[in-house]
Design a binder for this molecule. Structure first.
Ligand code: APR
Length: 359
């Protein structure tokens, strides 16, 4: 099962367990602690009184009382003190100990707030990295839906530098829907003229290596539509043959072929893609399975495909990367830089209010 990042109030999460960012007395407080005790009612405090407190980095479990969740796992995060006092280790332990208790109590789903990032002052981007890495390690060997709940207008605060770099990449590449439609119309006209005459290539087009048109002159991306093609009819016939051979392989066939070629196991692939086991077995058992675009991209990232192979896999599922989609541009940003860390990509997508891959 995957790590799922959601914007919500943790007291509303109907998971088997929710995690409380408590203090060592376990007798309530503000922030998440206050919200959970208010929503759970007096029964929660009465049970907490019997626990004898909790050490920083440790966790204890109680019933959920009036909450939608069955259990509350109380953990005490480290107070940020500059980073040189074992804070990272203690924060990692909060997530690991809470996951261990959830596993021991047969929870199939658990929701975490961003531990220590409120009153305790832990920098959000570092805290997110620790949360994602610890949860990812756990999910390599366990099946559980783990939610990371970000509250209100909070963001995950990708580092300012990366945020600015991605914003610049979006500004350089983003085209609004309208101009993209014009390009799309030009592409269709050029595509239909493909067998009759050399398409007119606007002089300002940069020199690009010739691209083969797919069947019927359709291109996988607008860059390919702009690239000059070689003399037409034999090119179109060759392109037709190659396109027909490409069309023989479906998305799921290409996925399974690439898993074999890379020597990965199915489990390694779908966990790295942050995709759950059930969805993967549907894809494996149906050669014509029609995935969501985010699912295709999750696997392209897990297989560490380059941009052309990613476009090819998308095309086999009936999609293309588009520069009128911020989601696509952010994914292209990471693939172009060879960064295939699903959690870093999702952190960036979340920070730009985009849907996430693999969920
Ligand atoms: N749902 C989800 N997240 C929330 C909610 C909520 N209802 N309320 C706050 N948050 C977010 C905060 O924005 C912050 O990012 O949870 C994160 C953790 O904030 P805190 O609750 O302040 O927890 P922490 O920083 O670990 O401090 C714990 O605060 O309330 C006291 O008794 C508690 O002493 C303990 C300390």
């Amino acid at each position: 099962m995957p790590l799922i990042i959601v914007r919500n109030d943790i007291t509303k999460m109907a998971c088997d367990a929710i995690v409380n960012t408590a203090n060592s007395s376990l007798l309530g407080g503000g922030g998440v602690d206050g919200a959970i005790h208010r929503a759970a009612g007096p029964g929660l405090l009465a049970e907490c009184r019997t626990l004898g407190g909790c050490e920083t980095g440790q966790a204890k479990i109680t019933g959920g009382y009036d909450l939608p969740a069955k259990y509350v796992i109380h953990t005490v995060g480290p107070i940020w003190n500059g980073g040189g006092h074992g804070e990272a280790q203690l924060l990692r332990s909060c997530y690991a100990e809470s996951l261990r208790l959830a596993e021991e109590n047969h929870c199939q789903s658990v929701a975490f707030p961003m531990i220590s990032t409120g009153v305790y002052g832990y920098p959000k981007d570092e805290a997110f990295r620790i949360a994602a890495d610890t949860i990812e390690d756990f999910l390599r060997f366990h099946e559980m839906a783990v939610y990371l709940v970000v509250f209100g207008r909070d963001s995950l605060m990708v580092s300012q530098e990366r945020f600015a770099d991605i914003q610049q990449f979006i500004d350089d590449n983003y085209v609004d829907e309208h101009s993209d439609d014009q390009l799309e119309r030009r592409r269709r006209v050029q595509g239909s003229m493909m067998c009759n005459a050399m398409p007119v290539i606007p002089p300002q087009e940069p020199k690009k290596k010739a691209k083969k048109p797919l069947l019927g002159g359709i291109f996988a991306s607008q860059d390919e539509a702009a690239a000059p093609s070689l003399p037409v009819c034999e090119e179109a016939e060759a392109g037709l043959e190659e396109a027909l051979s490409q069309i023989d392989e479906s998305f799921s066939q290409m996925l399974l072929r690439k898993i074999d070629e890379l020597g990965m196991t199915d489990v390694q692939c779908y966990k790295k893609a942050n995709i759950d086991r059930k969805l993967f077995s549907k894809i494996r058992s149906d050669v014509h399975y029609r995935p969501k675009k985010a699912t295709v991209i999750a696997f392209a990232v897990a297989l560490e495909l380059d941009l052309d192979e990613t476009k090819d896999m998308l095309m086999k599922a009936g999609f293309a990367l588009s520069h009128s989609s911020k989601f696509d541009i952010i994914v292209e940003y990471f693939i172009a830089r060879g960064n295939y860390n699903v959690f870093e990509i999702n952190e960036a997508l979340f920070s730009f209010d985009q849907s996430l891959i693999g969920q």
